[in-house]
Ligand binder design. Structure first.
Ligand code: NDP
Ligand code: 8X3
Length: 250
């Protein structure tokens, strides 16, 4: 029986690459994001490989999130795999200069949005006593770096919530995994720095992880036998030693 995965943040970066990776393996897809044209384009590209349903909602909006997921047609409403991926950094400022809007965005999307989506999916998993939740954390969830304050806080929260989920969902046989990448070349820095040269420079002078590298690890985690749970992965590109040290050639 084919599995169905719901991926948040499927319009770009790690989420989009995961959709393509899962489609190669015939996993049915519910793809979520706010950019409708991108959702439609990805659906068109993947529909020859698997069944795809798209859902357009903002994870910051509790009602909209619950309503969108409740609207899934029968063919897509049994979610075997949840990839909580939607998220971003907003700004990179010392705490005394950070903006309230940036802080709200990070806590609302990365933490509360993940909880809203999980709330919509978990009850059916506990009823069925099966499922796999993968939360995309970050190396920033394990180690704080200068000016990372609130983004790092949001990702530390994601890791703590992931560990809590693993404990609470253990009696139901539900797997819970944290995938924590370091620098990945996506639209992440365009969002963090609101476009511009600073964003372009982030991935210069070394080879960062590509979204496909992370997607392969996600697929590895979901394709283990039923008695194996990959609990926690920290992955870097070779040039990166920790949150602050990256070996650049120029
Ligand atoms: P991208 O900016 O490329 O993708 C972010 C995705 O999140 C987009 O699909 C976007 O879709 C979605 N998203 C953002 N805000 C919302 C919202 N309010 N409601 C619904 N969807 C939203 O970044 P990445 O692929 O890099 O990031 C994916 C995850 O990986 C994030 O959680 C990030 O923190 C994490 N991560 C990234 C790393 C990196 O270096 N790039 C490293 C470690 C972790 P849309 O705009 O269409 O809504
Ligand atoms: C994204 C990677 O190093 O910008 O989580 O925090 S980093």
């Amino acid at each position: 029986m084919k599995k169905t995965a719901l991926i948040t943040g499927a319009t770009s970066g790690i989420g989009r690459a995961t959709a393509y990776e899962f489609a190669k393996h015939g996993i049915n897809l519910v793809l979520c994001g706010r950019r409708q044209e991108r959702l439609e384009e990805i659906k068109k590209n993947l529909s020859q490989q698997t069944h795809v349903h798209i859902l357009n909602f903002d994870v910051r909006d509790k009602e909209e999130t619950l309503k969108a997921i409740a609207s899934l047609p029968e063919a897509f409403n049994t979610i075997d795999i949840l990839i909580n991926n939607a998220g971003n950094a907003h700004g990179l400022d010392p705490i005394q200069d950070g903006s309230l809007e940036d802080w709200d965005a990070m806590m609302d999307i990365n933490v509360k949005g993940l909880l809203y989506v999980s709330k919509a999916i978990i009850p059916d998993m506990t009823k069925r006593k099966s499922g796999h939740i993968i939360n995309i954390g970050s190396s920033a969830g394990k180690e704080v770096y200068p000016k990372g304050n609130v983004y790092c806080g949001s990702k530390h929260a994601v890791l703590a919530i992931t560990e809590g989920m693993r404990i609470d969902l253990n009696p139901f046989g539900i797997k819970v995994t944290a995938i924590n990448p370091g620098l990945v070349e996506t639209e992440f820095s365009q969002v963090r720095f609101k476009g511009g040269q600073q964003a372009d420079n982030v991935y210069k002078g070394y080879k960062a992880l590509q979204p496909e590298d992370v997607a392969e690890v996600i697929y590895f985690a979901v394709s283990r036998p039923s008695h194996v749970n990959i609990a926690d992965v920290l992955m870097f590109c070779t040039a990166q030693a920790n949150s602050s040290i990256v070996k650049k050639t120029d």
